[in-house]
Design a protein around this ligand. Structure first.
Ligand SMILES: [Zn+2]
Length: 278
């Protein structure tokens, strides 16, 4: 199997998701024999079928927070993954809000679907989880679901980062300094206003702090959706970093963006983090 990142949807704002201006099924990462489905928003199963993804092959499901566009179809996805619980497998990695809820948000995961999983693990920033040969490290965000997490996927030959929803903070950007491919949720365009998420200028600021080989923009609001390619071009022009706008159904092979020395770094990483891994 060729490793790839596949976008099951690129809509981010409530209006873009509500009108299904683009899909909202989340992201799939296929790495070696592992399949990760990330942030299964409304229509996840339909988009998975459209783009040839079989949820039964899921190794893990990752849900970064409980805003509807990221998690609405989680229970249905677990049911599809485990064949209604007949084949208990797959791990859920998620924010605290998904399982325990917060002061303002009820837990999203229903007990009967939690029981269908092999395991459900709450991720807090800095937590490391090994899944087969892949290491997942959660990162912090600043978002209205305060338990929201981003994460990095350390595969053998490359590292992928996913910001999830967050405001810009230098320390948030710095967490991704070792990624090859960075997936950024950019709900607002250049000059866009929404304090709870990233706009075009914030992405420029991130790319002034770190230099991934490739930055992929997704999770768009209606203003970005007027011309996502133009937004990506302008950000690329001002940062001199390679930036693309995701499209529904777009697939990227992360291996093509791997830095040399990756393997050595990975070895160093696993030595440093033997303690506390799970
Ligand atoms: Zn959100």
């Amino acid at each position: 199997m060729v490793d790839r990142i596949l976008f099951l949807g690129t809509a981010g704002s409530k209006e873009a998701v509500g009108k299904q201006l683009k899909g909202s099924g989340g992201i799939v990462i296929e790495s070696g024999m592992n399949q990760f489905m990330i942030d299964p928003g409304p229509g996840c199963l339909a988009k998975a079928r459209s783009f040839g993804i079989n949820p039964r092959a899921n190794t893990a499901i990752i849900v970064t927070h409980t805003h509807l566009g990221h998690c609405n179809d989680l229970n249905a996805l677990i049911d599809a993954t485990t064949l209604g619980g007949e084949d208990r497998h797959a791990v859920l990695l998620c924010s605290k809000s998904v399982i325990e809820g917060t002061e303002n948000l009820k837990p999203l995961l229903l007990e009967e679907y939690k029981e269908q999983l092999e395991r459900a693990i709450v991720l807090e920033p800095g937590k490391k989880v090994g899944i087969n040969e892949v290491e997942i490290v959660s990162t912090k965000t600043k978002h209205s679901d305060e338990t929201c997490i981003g994460f990095k996927v350390y595969a053998q030959n490359y590292t992928i980062g996913y910001t999830s929803d967050t405001q810009f903070l230098k320390e948030v950007a710095e967490q991704y300094n070792d990624v090859d491919v960075l997936i950024v949720n950019m709900k607002e365009p250049l000059m866009g206003k929404n304090k709870d998420c990233l706009n075009g200028e914030d992405v420029v600021k991130i790319l002034e702090v770190i230099e991934p080989k490739l930055t992929v923009l997704t999770h768009f609001g209606t203003k970005v959706l007027m011309d996502p390619i133009q937004q990506a071009r302008e950000i690329q022009r001002s940062t001199k970093c390679q930036v693309v706008a995701a499209k529904d159904g777009m697939a990227i092979n992360p291996t093509g963006f791997a830095r040399s020395m990756r393997q050595q770094k990975l070895k160093q990483f696993s030595e440093e983090t033997e303690e506390g891994s799970e």
